[in-house]
Design a protein around this ligand. Structure first.
Ligand SMILES: [Zn+2]
Length: 104
């Protein structure tokens, strides 16, 4: 009786919604409730705020087991979305061209 009521009552530090509930099946065939920390929010473009694609969304403990190539796009400006990165690269090119023209 005591055990059941303890199972249904979340510990005070797990009441706030900071943790998500995970049902885990034990080897004995019973379902037990575990509390896990929530995933971090999705990565956003630093310029326009669009959600970034190809960026891993996990806690640091899992991120260290993921290859670096699967954590961010392998191109310049991985913190920008593809559209903003393209614009940035174009502007860079124009800027460097102007610099060259100034020197001549
Ligand atoms: Zn963007």
């Amino acid at each position: 009786m005591n055990e059941i009521s303890l199972e249904n009552m979340p510990a005070p530090n797990k009441k706030s919604g900071r943790f998500r509930k995970v049902f885990v099946r034990t080897p004995g065939g019973r379902n037990r409730l575990h509390y896990k920390k929530r995933k971090p929010s999705k990565a956003k473009c630093a310029q326009c705020g669009a959600l970034l694609k190809g960026v891993a969304r996990a806690r640091a403990s899992r991120l260290k087991n993921i290859p670096k190539t699967k954590k961010r796009p392998e191109r310049p400006y991985p913190n920008l979305c593809s559209r903003c990165a393209r614009e940035r690269i174009k502007q860079e090119k124009i800027y460097s061209q102007n610099k060259k023209d100034d020197k001549k």
